[in-house]
Write a protein that binds this ligand. Structure first.
Ligand SMILES: Cc1cc2nc3c(=O)[nH]c(=O)nc-3n(C[C@H](O)[C@H](O)[C@H](O)COP(=O)(O)OP(=O)(O)OC[C@H]3O[C@@H](n4cnc5c(N)ncnc54)[C@H](O)[C@@H]3O)c2cc1C
Length: 400
């Protein structure tokens, strides 16, 4: 399974896959199951991408790069995962910590109760129901443009207390400067509805994500080279791929940032990064739910108690993973992980240029949240990787 560079003959592989998150692992397995020999090149010391986890000395599972829960609508993606693991249902809630209060997120009637007390909350609720209909979801910016001064004032307060601080910290941008697909723009719910997950299934893999990745990549046709940056081996010339300086005729599947591959020729793609701090202690959690966001704190955006999130049967422990955002810089000590693409007009021009360059490279496919420069959750990543695999197999089926 794991291989060292001195044992590698690149010509022995039908495909080289860069990165071993879901995008890389799923494509590798699909190709391997169809008889292709695959080499995965991963820069980290472990597989699993952003999903990588470990068990600490207390037996507590910790997500190394922030909390990950499958929120799925697709039965196909669920069935795919169940080939490799048992999926366990969980239900998670989120609160924002604002001026000493825990306020339910996404904003809903529970949040109004916490912010304003039941009497004022009731009056606002009646007005919201009359204006937008019970059970509806209203975008904060729609409410801010309302003709009713009380609704405008409510929207402004929620906007200031919950959205502005979060977005300024998370993205370094104002909410209206962001592409509508970014996750920070959550609706206001006209109901007592504090469910965080709106999809059909909320699941985690039994035994953790790293175990799941070991299962996915467990094929005699897959070798994995860790601790290796693709750029140290893979170069492009005349729209062809070279491995260690020699022409490579096989398939290349690239799941890392495209700007890096093209030596930033058309500019740097902006990513937000996160720095993670983990604190495990014996005691009781103060927050009412596993996940707490901190819109009004200077630098921290979110803390997740991994014990509660994963419903772990370890009595008396809290295992907090806290996230601190900053601008991505691959040479930064704290912010070297590209976490979220910053989607705006400038970045969309840059990524289109890199896509055009990548499209010209022979036998070259790019897939995943980094290479496609999209906000992909795990479901979208797996789906995209399965589609990419189909496309590759169509392209090579003539020479099978
Ligand atoms: C903090 C956080 C929390 C999240 N929580 C959830 C959640 O709860 N639910 C959900 O569905 N989604 C969640 N996501 C999204 C999820 O992480 C992505 O959908 C997933 O990582 C996509 O997988 P990927 O393979 O495309 O990318 P990645 O997981 O990033 O994998 C890319 C891999 O490529 C490697 N790589 C990069 N550059 C190179 C290089 N030059 N050479 C070699 N290897 C390289 C990286 O080390 C990495 O292993 C979260 C994301 C973040 C940032």
């Amino acid at each position: 399974m794991f291989i060292t560079q001195d044992k590698i003959c690149f010509g022995d592989y039908d495909a080289i896959v860069v990165g071993c998150g879901f995008s890389g692992a799923v494509v590798s397995r699909e190709l391997a199951d169809r008889g292709r020999r695959v080499l995965i090149i991963e820069e980290k010391a472990e597989i699993g991408g952003m999903m990588s986890d470990y068990y600490d000395e207390n037996g507590i599972c910790i997500h190394k790069y922030g909390p990950h829960v499958f929120m799925l609508n697709s039965d196909d993606v669920r069935s795919y995962l169940e080939r490799f693991c048992t999926l366990v249902p969980v239900t998670n809630y989120v609160h924002a910590y604002i001026e000493g209060k825990y306020v339910s997120i996404p904003t809903n009637f529970y949040s109004l109760d916490a912010l304003y007390g039941t009497e004022k909350s009731k009056a606002l609720q009646e007005k919201l129901i009359a204006m937008y209909g019970e059970g509806s979801e209203v975008h904060i910016l729609t409410m801010r443009n309302s003709e009713d001064p009380e609704i405008r004032a409510l929207a402004d307060e929620i906007y200031q207390k919950i959205f502005v601080g979060y977005n300024a910290k998370m993205w370094g941008l104002k909410p209206e400067e962001l592409d509508p697909s970014v996750p920070g723009r959550l609706p206001i719910r006209v109901a007592y509805n504090n469910k965080n997950c709106k999809k059909k299934y909320e699941l985690i893999p039994e035994g953790g994500y790293s175990k799941l990745f070991r299962q996915i990549t467990d094929s005699q046709n897959i070798d994995i080279l860790l601790n290796t940056k693709a750029g140290s081996l893979l170069t492009l010339r005349d729209n062809a791929v070279f491995m260690n300086g020699a022409p490579y005729e096989g398939i290349v599947v690239y799941t890392a940032p495209l700007d890096e591959l093209f030596s930033y020729a058309d500019g740097k793609l902006p990513y937000r990064s996160l720095h993670f701090e983990t604190e495990v202690y014996q005691g009781k959690r103060e927050a009412p739910s596993a996940v707490t966001t901190f819109p009004m704190e200077f630098d921290k955006v979110r803390t997740t108690d991994m014990v509660e999130l994963l419903d772990q049967k370890v009595e008396g422990f809290v295992a907090n993973v806290s996230e601190y955002p900053g601008a991505y810089d691959k040479d930064s000590e704290k912010f070297h992980v590209p976490a979220y693409p910053v989607l705006n007009d400038d970045s969309s021009v840059i990524i289109q240029k890199y896509r055009a360059l990548a499209d010209q490279v022979r036998n070259f496919y790019y897939v995943g949240r980094l290479a496609e420069f999209k906000y992909f959750d795990m479901e979208a990543s797996i789906d995209s990787a399965l589609k990419c695999s189909e496309e590759i197999m169509k392209g090579v089926s003539s020479d099978v």
